[in-house]
Design a binder for this molecule. Structure first.
Ligand code: SAM
Length: 276
């Protein structure tokens, strides 16, 4: 039987001798679910040679990362989070109450670890078994190597568009203060985009919750297919403006190699919801 909490999560809570999360709003256990894998949602598989590559530690995935991405948290996100204390939109996140971050399609968990280092209780939701295994391994190694960690974090093997992972965490909707999307929206067939926007609005706390998008691949003509499927900043506007205020939009000084000279960062604040 799997231990309720993986070793690296226990290491993050040295002050909790019972090994049970009592002081935090949530602490995700390592959890594996049977996931219906709908090919209509998972166009992403085509990025690699076969769907098999997604399910086992994959050379294709490895090569893709090595050549096109940085083998670390997104430099654009690192720079944004470094300025957090000076940005008014993050002000509500500095209260004493623990804040929660979510990274859907987190792959190796580089960005999830960054959020935990900035004090967010963080969960990565990933549909690929090999990615979850690698994320756990990599994060565990970073922590063992003495990387600064502040908050509990974990990874769940699940489909972001299903509700099972919320049940695993024991939470409802609108519970995340910070959500990050990089190459997740565009990994899916564009027919999923409205559903993505609705799901983001459902999960982010009205008033103060933020969605950070590293907009990519802006250089790719939408008609050229994918994944990743081309997208424009106006597409993000059209998807998000109903439920979010666009608070920041800029070209980051540093970003993953694959998006240098074209990536944009947008930061969206979830609008207040009128109480009837
Ligand atoms: C192009 S990768 C981007 C990964 C990551 N955001 C990064 O910065 O490297 C897209 C990821 O989304 C995952 N994914 C695709 N559909 C998903 C879904 N419905 N639920 C959760 N993860 C999904 C894939 O397995 C893949 O790891």
């Amino acid at each position: 039987m799997l231990p309720l909490l993986p070793t690296f999560l226990l290491r993050l809570n040295p002050s909790n001798p019972s090994n049970h999360p009592t002081t935090h709003l949530f602490l995700p256990p390592y959890h594996t679910m049977a996931i219906p894998r709908s090919d209509e949602k998972l166009d992403y598989d085509n990025l690699f040679d076969t769907a098999e590559d997604i399910l086992r530690p994959s050379e294709a995935r490895e090569l893709f990362r090595k050549h096109f991405l940085s083998l670390c948290a997104s430099p654009a996100l690192v720079d944004l989070m470094a300025q957090k204390e000076t940005l008014p939109i993050f002000q509500a996140h500095s209260s004493a109450t623990p804040k929660r971050a979510l990274v859907p399609g987190c792959d190796r968990g580089y960005d999830a670890l960054l959020f935990a280092q900035h004090g967010y209780e963080t969960v990565g939701v990933e549909i690929s078994g090999s990615a979850v295994r690698e994320a756990k391994k990599w994060t565990g190694q970073q922590i063992a190597a003495g990387q600064k960690t502040l908050s509990p974090m974990g990874f769940i093997l699940a489909d972001f568009f299903e509700d099972e992972w919320l049940k695993v965490l024991g939470i409802g909707k609108e519970q995340f203060d910070l959500v990050y999307d990089y190459a997740f929206l565009v990994a899916m067939n564009p027919t999923m985009r409205k559903k993505w926007a609705k799901r983001m609005a459902d999960h982010i706390t009205p008033g103060s919750g933020l969605l950070v998008c590293l907009e990519y691949p802006l250089f790719r003509p939408p008609e050229s297919g994918g994944p990743p499927h081309g997208i424009t900043s106006s597409d993000y506007d059209a998807l998000l403006r109903e439920n979010f205020e666009k608070e920041m939009h800029y070209m980051p000084k540093r970003t993953h190699k694959v998006g240098e000279g074209s990536d944009m960062v947008s930061v969206w604040r979830r609008k207040e919801v009128a109480k009837l």
